[in-house]
Write a protein that binds this ligand. Structure first.
Ligand SMILES: [Zn+2]
Length: 629
């Protein structure tokens, strides 16, 4: 998964050859679970689901909706989006169902069970939906779009996680399905899909929208991109070139470690109200052959392209880990009683590190841009507990105090991989790095062969050098913070003054806004300018000014309860391109001033990661091997 936040305060195909006539045999039921979803008859923003299990040979059976799904590291309790669950025998008589907890139900007289039916709520509105990441959620908008992450719609019967599913979806005529789930048949109003086991139901989200998709072949991989854009402004065709360039670069970087036959990108754009509803949360969730991405539609093409490159490259690298390199805990995922793996440093950390390294390696970005990305991770990692054991955090991630440190897997997790990469590069004279380790692990394991969780680190150390073992012991399993300067030194980098580009005109360095809340002499909290960037400096904003409004929208009183309104003033600026004209209103002394300007490329001087002019030839050679090999 990859999350990004706009809120400032946080900062195959199986063809079933079985003929339909077989179904007329009333004596035996099919060996698969038949699931029916009706998108053509939405009722009060709810969709009805019916499930027909194979013959059940026990007196009772439990039915489950996942508490947690792979790629997310928190309890989602999708059962809360299910209501009015009923069980029936073949004659239509109701059977008794009792709820066991939020996500599971017991069905009595199970030998007679013909079907269960229930209604599902979407997560894009309605109660508690904002507790689910939008990229892992569902959106029902009658006749307009349906985003189906099936883990909150379709469940599994006890002991049947490995049973095949056949999924029939009745859909409105004007909407087309886009998914990597293998299709058995399709028409304007009925799509039938197959899934080898329950996992494939949830590993292949489906996007229904008006036709807006492109597909293209990259050597031996078929790539598809579909976009739901509420106003129709974003066309899939416009993003084809950038995705193509990026994925060619990723394939070159991965070399033989990539064997994905197809990859589909489902991009669901939401409006500003949805963005507010999710507290500014956007991002993507990984799957074996696809990814769901949710961004806000108001992003300009330039911004959306860069965000797609950063986020989709992360998700595509997940085809390496955890998808091809994962432990037994992930392979035999327990959706309702999860055991977590210790190796988030790899699943998310290596993935995020590669999503940045491949860009410098393949020439998509320059050196300073790469160093600035490292700096950003360094700065953000300081918001989390630096002395928390990473393996301990990973194993306990669904509980506190680990859960609130989860986002550090994208920050320190990536930096851990940078350090490992530098140690292996140094020891191998520049020849090998963490990518070499991952390529070898992918050969040893793969989609169907998990590793043993407690053995992975020893295995990596045996493949590499004792120094790698020391690093894992101290800084990944252990609690000693990393001194990054020691690692920068190996490749001739140091901390020094540099000019960094900023994510928006609201920043004074790459993570803090140019203003901070301070009470005035009457105790009223105001936003006071405490730093500048090149854009606002040019407009005439001065340190000490009181920040009153942005682009004609005035800030409400600065207090917690007004968080949403404050964000509503700020969030449009994240969508601006470099030619947007805007104004800032400030108070200076007694005077209220409205200052105008153009966004341009805001930057600021800060202490950042720079090349050490005194670096020796060995360090420079290692730097080249690290970034360019
Ligand atoms: Zn991820």
């Amino acid at each position: 998964m990859k999350k990004s936040s706009l809120i400032l305060s946080l900062g195959f195909s199986i063809v079933f050859l079985g003929c339909a006539a077989l179904k007329n045999n009333t004596l035996s039921r099919p060996a698969y679970v038949q699931a029916k979803v009706d998108l053509a008859a939405v009722n009060e923003d709810k969709v009805q689901v019916s499930l027909f299990p194979p013959t059940i040979t026990t007196d009772e059976i439990n039915f489950y909706i996942p508490q947690i799904v792979p790629g997310t590291y928190e309890y989602s309790n999708f059962g809360r989006f299910i209501e009015n669950i009923k069980a029936f025998d073949a004659k239509g008589n109701q059977l008794e169902v009792t709820a066991l907890d939020e996500n599971s139900w017991k069905i009595l007289e199970a030998r007679k069970l013909d079907k269960i039916t229930y209604w599902t709520q979407d997560t894009f509105d309605g109660p508690e939906g904002n507790e689910i990441y939008p990229m892992g959620g569902t959106n029902f908008q009658e006749g307009e779009t349906f985003l189906l992450n099936l883990h909150s719609m379709i469940g599994y019967f006890e002991g049947m996680k490995n049973t095949a599913y056949r999924l029939s979806i009745r859909s409105p005529k004007n909407l087309e399905a886009f998914t990597s789930l293998p299709s058995i048949s399709k028409s304007d109003t009925l799509d039938v899909f197959s899934a080898k086991r329950y996992f494939h139901i949830i590993d292949n989200p489906i996007l229904y929208s008006k036709p807006n998709a492109v597909s293209f072949d990259l050597d031996n991989i078929k790539v598809g991109l579909a976009i739901y854009s509420p106003t129709g402004v974003h066309k899939a065709e416009s993003y084809k070139e950038a995705i193509e360039e990026m994925m060619i670069a990723q394939k070159k970087f991965l070399g033989e470690a990539n064997n994905t036959p197809s990859y589909d990108i489902l991009l669901h754009l939401m409006d500003m109200d949805d963005l507010q509803y999710f507290g500014g949360m956007m991002g993507a969730l990984e799957h074996h052959t696809s990814t769901t991405v949710v961004f806000v539609e108001q992003m300009q093409a330039q911004e959306l392209t860069q965000s797609l490159v950063d986020v989709v490259s992360h998700e595509f690298f997940h085809t390496l880990t955890p998808l091809n390199i994962h432990s037994e805990e992930i392979h035999n995922f327990e959706y309702n009683r999860p055991l977590m793996s210790k190796h988030l440093w790899m699943y998310e950390g290596t993935t995020e590190y590669f999503a940045n390294l491949f860009q410098i390696n393949q020439g998509l970005i320059d050196e300073q841009n790469f160093y600035n990305r490292i700096l950003e991770k360094l700065n953000y990692s300081r918001r989390y507990d630096d002395s928390m054991s990473f393996t301990e955090m990973s194993a306990g991630i669904v509980e506190e105090p680990y859960q609130s440190n989860y986002a550090n897997v994208y920050q320190k997790g990536a930096l851990i991989n940078m350090c490992l990469d530098l140690i292996i590069r140094e020891q191998s004279g520049g020849e090998k790095g963490i990518l070499w380790v991952m390529q070898n692990l992918a050969k040893r394991y793969g989609t169907d062969k998990p590793f043993k969780d407690p053995e992975l680190i020893d295995e990596i150390v045996a493949m590499t050098y004792p120094e790698v073992g020391v690093f894992f012991k101290n800084h990944v399993e252990g609690t000693t913070p990393i001194n990054y300067l020691d690692y920068f030194k190996k490749v001739g980098l140091m901390m020094g003054e540099t000019e960094v580009p900023l994510p928006s005109i609201l920043f004074k360095d790459n993570q803090s806004p140019f203003f901070s809340p301070q009470p005035n002499k009457n105790g009223v909290v105001q936003y006071v300018v405490n730093g500048l960037n090149t854009t606002i400096e040019k407009m005439g904003v001065k340190e000490g000014d009181v920040f009153l409004g942005l682009d004609g929208k005035m800030l409400p009183e600065i207090k917690q309860e007004n968080g949403d309104q404050i964000n509503a003033v700020f969030s449009p600026s994240f969508m601006w391109d470099d030619k947007t004209e805007f104004s800032i209103t400030v108070q200076r002394g007694e005077e209220v001033l409205t200052l105008s300007g153009v966004t341009g490329s805001p930057s600021a001087k800060t202490i950042g990661v720079v090349e050490d002019p005194a670096a020796d030839a060995k360090a420079k050679a290692l730097r080249k091997a690290w970034m360019k090999n």
